[in-house]
Design a binder for this molecule. Structure first.
Ligand SMILES: Nc1nc2c(ncn2[C@@H]2O[C@H](COP(=O)(O)OP(=O)(O)OP(=O)(O)O)[C@@H](O)[C@H]2O)c(=O)[nH]1
Ligand SMILES: [Mg+2]
Length: 303
């Protein structure tokens, strides 16, 4: 599995990690230029200036204290600092809950991979022997319901839906009703990524939340914000918008297989108070991984 992860995020490896490796190659001494170049590579990899600055400051302090004397030591310290950033705010995964149905609301702008992520989550839960119900509360985009239904058929998971244009809150209501009566372990609610305006979207999400909370105690138990890693720093501003408007409990970062800028993971882990719970590394239902900071950094750095 580790090997597969390495293959899948090979673009990130070929991107900034390779650049770092090339930078370190053959260097015998640490120079101010070397530090500057590291800084530049990390910023270009979408790690975010604030995050990079903190990493560089730490390295600088360690060098001043004489703890780092050669480029190889510098490289391994850099790796440790990246791991530490990813580790912040790491929490238990969703699956460990005993609530029934465990309700997951999935939000994010259009095209980031919400529906695909829902299918991947459903697949994971099914593998664990859990009963899943999918709720098609994206009634705005044409064909959104059909897309979820198609996944439902492939996964052999019931999809609760109404026709396009229906009230999303009403679909959520029906969906949870069905999940309860089926005795499902998990209900995952898909939502629209775009309405006529952003304000409308946030209002709609608030309405859906309200309905859900009335139907199942403590629900939604997780609100997952899906972000597309290939959009770089844009993903960070989306994260801020959604977190201001709704109670996001976890982040899923998709399309890490398609970017050389894996640094966005660090940027988000560092700047948001919310943990990255999963990463998406492909379009298939198996292509979702719980985010493991150590494994992720090792996969980036190891040959
Ligand atoms: N390479 C890659 N593609 C992905 C990943 N996740 C999703 N996709 C693709 O991204 C595209 C959009 O995915 P959707 O799941 O439809 O996105 P969405 O957020 O539901 O979009 P809307 O319903 O329009 O808001 C699809 O072509 C997916 O196959 C991923 O981790 N890696
Ligand atoms: Mg969708």
């Amino acid at each position: 599995m580790f090997k597969r992860l390495k293959e899948k995020i090979s673009r990130s490896r070929n991107g900034f990690i390779q650049q770092l490796d090339e930078l370190f190659l053959g260097k015998r001494e640490i120079s101010p230029e070397l530090i500057e170049e590291i800084e530049e590579i990390l910023v270009m990899a979408d790690m975010g200036i604030g995050t990079v600055q903190q990493v560089i400051d730490r390295l600088q302090q360690e060098m001043d204290r004489g703890e780092i004397s050669d480029p190889e030591a510098l490289r391994s310290r850099l790796k440790e600092h990246l791991k530490a950033i990813f580790k912040k705010e790491q929490k238990e995964l969703l699956t460990k809950s005993n609530v029934k149905p465990f309700v997951i609301l999935v939000v994010g702008v259009n095209g980031v991979g919400k529906t695909t992520t829902i299918a991947k989550l459903a697949y994971r839960y099914k593998q664990e022997g859990k009963q899943v119900v999918l709720v098609a509360a994206d009634t705005f985009r044409a064909a959104a319901v059909e897309q979820l239904e198609k996944w439902g058929q492939r996964l052999n998971v019931p999809v609760i839906s109404q026709k396009a244009g229906a009230d999303p809150s009403a679909v959520a209501f029906d969906g949870l009703e069905a999940a309860k009566s089926k005795g499902a372990d998990v209900a995952i609610v898909d939502t629209a990524g775009r309405l006529h305006t952003q304000v409308n979207l946030m209002k709609e999400l608030a309405k859906i939340r309200k309905v859900i909370s009335k139907k199942v105690e403590g629900a939604p138990h997780e609100t997952l914000l899906v972000l597309d890693a290939t959009t770089g720093q844009n993903a960070l501003s989306q994260a801020k918008t959604f977190c201001d408007a709704t109670d996001v409990t976890g982040i899923v970062l998709t399309k890490l297989d398609g970017t050389a800028k894996g640094g966005i993971v660090a940027s988000i882990a560092h700047e948001m108070k919310i943990p990255v719970k999963y990463i998406g590394i492909g379009e298939q239902m198996e292509d979702l991984r719980p985010f493991d900071p150590d494994q992720f950094v090792e996969a980036l750095f190891e040959e």
